[in-house]
Design a protein around this ligand. Structure first.
Ligand code: HEC
Length: 153
């Protein structure tokens, strides 16, 4: 009897562990109407993510302007501002809803901005820095191609 209970406990633990792993990988998602994966978020969470997105666009604009002006210090400053240090999420419940692929793409992008900042600080020539920014834009594009945000009622 005791052994039975032990087995049941282990089985329940396993089910929970697997369920948590599935949530970690899949997040809270559904197939979107346009073929992309839809993140299912509350309106406030969607607003939070989109506000962060708009600041990424502004950062890209700032970096592009600095590249055009040949100002490496400004490139580094603007890139660092959207690097990993900015990625630690202020909303853990939101983080749990994001699928693993999405988090990977987001981390690669934030890490890439740190890489760009480091190269600018190390005195890399402007064309090399521009090529780095281009890689970053490809990351924006890759994620937008794969994901959208829906707010179910
Ligand atoms: C990890 C995924 C991911 C990455 C990386 C990413 N985005 Fe986004 N972005 C999204 C999603 C999802 C949306 C919502 C799209 C939708 O619902 O159609 C979005 C929306 C946006 C929007 C629209 C904001 C609004 O108010 O409607 C802008 C602007 C934007 N992203 C800019 C960027 C820029 C610039 C980069 C790269 C520096 C970037 N994003 C990188 C996932 C990403």
């Amino acid at each position: 009897m005791k052994q039975r209970l032990g087995l049941i406990a282990v089985a329940l633990w396993l089910v929970t562990a697997v369920a948590m792993a599935v949530v970690f990988v899949r997040g809270n998602t559904a197939p979107g109407s346009d073929g992309r994966t839809a993140l299912l978020l509350q309106e406030s969470e969607r607003n939070f993510v989109l506000a962060e997105m708009r600041s990424l666009l502004v950062a890209n604009r700032t970096i592009t302007a600095a590249l055009a002006a040949g100002d490496a210090a400004q490139v580094a400053k603007a890139a660092r501002a959207v690097g990993m240090a900015e990625a630690h999420d202020r909303a853990p419940s939101l983080l749990a809803k994001l699928p693993l692929d999405f988090k990977r793409l987001a981390m690669a992008m934030h890490g890439g901005f740190d890489g760009l900042a480091a190269e600018a600080e190390a005195g890399a020539p402007m064309p090399a820095l521009t090529a780095r920014l281009l890689e970053q834009l490809d990351r924006c594009i890759a994620c937008h191609e794969g994901f959208r945000i829906d707010t179910p009622r």
